[in-house]
Design a protein around this ligand. Structure first.
Ligand SMILES: [Zn+2]
Length: 136
C-alpha cells in the first residue's frame, strides 16, 4: 500500500519524526525540558480514534498560558496524520496540576454525546478541555 522506494516503514518513521518535533516545539514554547515520552496512534472498539501524547514536565498552568500555541501544535500534528479531531483535551493526574497526556480524538457517534454534554474547561477532575468541535 505504501509504495515508498526506500522500503522503510513510513508510518513508524512519521511517528518518530513527529514525536521529536512536537517535543522540541513544546520545549521552545514553554522554556522548560518537557518530555513527550510516548506518542500513540489509537483506535478504540467503539469507533473512536486519535492520538495520545504522554507528557512529562507539563503543568496545567502551561496549558492556561500557552493554550492557543499548544492547540496549534496539536492541529499541525493531527493534519500530518490526516486525523480530524472532534475533541482535544489534556488528561491530568487527578488532584494535581500535572498533565499526564494530551489527547486528540475523532469521536464515534456513541461517544460524541457524552463529550457534547460536558461543560466548562474541566468537566471532570482529570480532564482539561482544549477544544471541542460541535457537530451541526
Ligand atoms: Zn467512541
Amino acid at each position: 500500500m505504501f509504495a515508498m522506494g526506500s522500503g522503510e516503514n513510513m508510518i513508524t518513521e512519521e511517528i518518530l519524526k513527529n514525536r521529536a518535533e512536537f517535543e522540541e516545539k513544546t520545549r521552545k514554547l514553554i522554556g522548560r525540558p518537557v518530555l513527550l515520552i510516548e506518542l500513540d496512534l489509537f483506535a478504540l472498539p467503539c469507533g473512536c480514534s486519535g492520538i495520545t501524547a504522554n507528557m512529562r514536565g507539563l503543568e496545567v498552568d502551561d496549558l492556561e498560558v500557552f493554550e492557543p500555541q499548544i492547540l496549534q501544535l496539536v492541529k499541525e500534528m493531527a493534519a500530518r496524520f490526516e486525523i480530524k479531531p472532534t475533541v482535544t483535551f489534556a488528561r491530568l493526574v487527578p488532584g494535581s496540576s500535572i498533565v499526564a497526556s494530551l489527547n486528540w480524538r475523532t469521536l464515534c457517534m456513541r461517544c460524541y454525546p457524552e463529550f457534547a454534554r460536558s461543560e466548562g474547561k474541566m468537566p471532570r477532575p482529570d480532564l482539561y478541555m482544549l477544544h471541542f468541535e460541535r457537530r451541526k
